[in-house]
Design a protein around this ligand. Structure first.
Ligand code: PBG
Length: 326
């Protein structure tokens, strides 16, 4: 061994390790996904996501207050409607649950915490697909993006600073940008779910929002194939050309290669979605005493930052922010 080659001297004390850490994680970098259900009088725990709830508007406002107090950067809202239809009209109804909730949050918090809205139809459709389904069972891209554009405008009008299209339809970002601009919402940010893979890790989320895809179907004709990396770059370039402001990779842990490729390639803000299944796995193993859930959560979020995310959507937002505050 060469006597001068002793990397361990840099790891000797906690103070040295703090000084030399390349990657940081702060509550500012976290966005909490939150669910709000229509027609509920009390919040209801989601069994597949311990610690997460289907909120009432009132309990949502309370939760966002708590998140803001521990410095969490933002929230992203998902609506759970009382009634669904084939066209997902609850998504673009100005009085749909997400819009009602956004207005309440906007009134309470103004611009003190960043309000984002997931923009998709699946929570609102009877068949559970992210768009309009034709009689042959295929999803109609172009009719769907018209509805996304309408949804964006009602979300912006209700108080969303960020709209986040998650349906993986072609041309969705351009259609949304155009409609927002026409309606005068020039400052509304588009956070594009650019690389979104057809993943088994969304399982707990679908319980959280009560979505079941009809006839044992799946989303593989619009979400990406996890055997492919290169098409993520094409998707991201298309989103940027159409006016995306921020790019997302989703899920996170199994797609850190994609995130790191985005970081190399693009100079816009990047985020990753640490999804429901990623949260549920850590929580379940922790509850069984198989690993230290808090430590693993921090390790995973730090790895996502190291791979290039400026911020992270995570169900751990509140816990981690509380922990970081000491
Ligand atoms: C679609 C959407 C999904 C998630 C976020 N937006 C589900 C899907 O694509 O099936 C999943 C988020 C998670 O698993 O935490 N509206």
């Amino acid at each position: 061994m060469f006597p001068h080659n002793r990397p361990r001297r840099l790891r000797r004390t906690p103070a040295l390790r703090r000084l030399l850490a390349e990657t940081t994680l702060s509550p500012d970098d976290l966005v909490a996904p939150l669910f709000v259900a229509e027609g509920r009088t009390e919040k209801q725990a989601i069994s597949s996501l311990p610690g997460q709830y289907q909120h009432t508007v009132a309990s949502l406002v309370e939760e966002v207050g708590a998140l803001q107090r521990v410095g969490v950067g933002g929230v992203i809202l998902f609506g759970v409607p009382e009634a669904k239809d084939e066209w997902g009209s609850g998504a673009y109804d100005p009085n749909g649950i997400a819009q009602v909730a956004l207005r309440a949050l906007r009134d309470e918090f103004g611009d003190d915490i960043v309000l984002a809205a997931d923009l998709c139809l699946d929570e609102y459709t009877t068949h559970g697909h992210c768009g309009i389904v034709r009689s042959d069972g295929t999803v109609d891209n172009d009719r769907t993006i018209e509805l996304y554009a309408r949804t964006a405008v009602v979300q912006a009008d209700a108080g969303a600073s960020i709209v986040a299209p998650s349906g993986m339809m072609d041309g969705q970002v351009g259609a949304i940008r155009q409609e927002l601009d026409n309606a005068g919402f020039l400052d509304t940010i588009i956070l594009a779910y650019s690389a979104k893979y057809a993943s088994g890790l969304y399982g707990p989320f679908r319980e959280a929002v009560g979505v079941e895809i009809a006839d044992g179907g799946d989303r593989r004709s619009y979400q990406q194939d996890y055997r492919n990396a290169r098409e993520s770059l094409l998707e991201a370039r298309a989103d940027l050309e159409q006016g995306a402001d921020i790019l997302m990779v989703k899920p996170a842990m199994t797609y850190l290669d994609i995130l790191s490729a985005f970081r190399e390639e693009f100079d816009v803000p990047l985020c990753a979605y640490h999804v429901s299944g990623e949260y549920a796995m850590v929580k379940a193993a922790g509850a069984n005493g198989w690993l230290d859930a808090d430590a693993v959560a921090l390790e995973q979020l730090m790895a996502i930052r190291r791979a290039g995310a400026d911020f992270i959507l995570t169900y751990f937002a509140r816990e981690i922010a509380e922990g970081l505050q000491g």
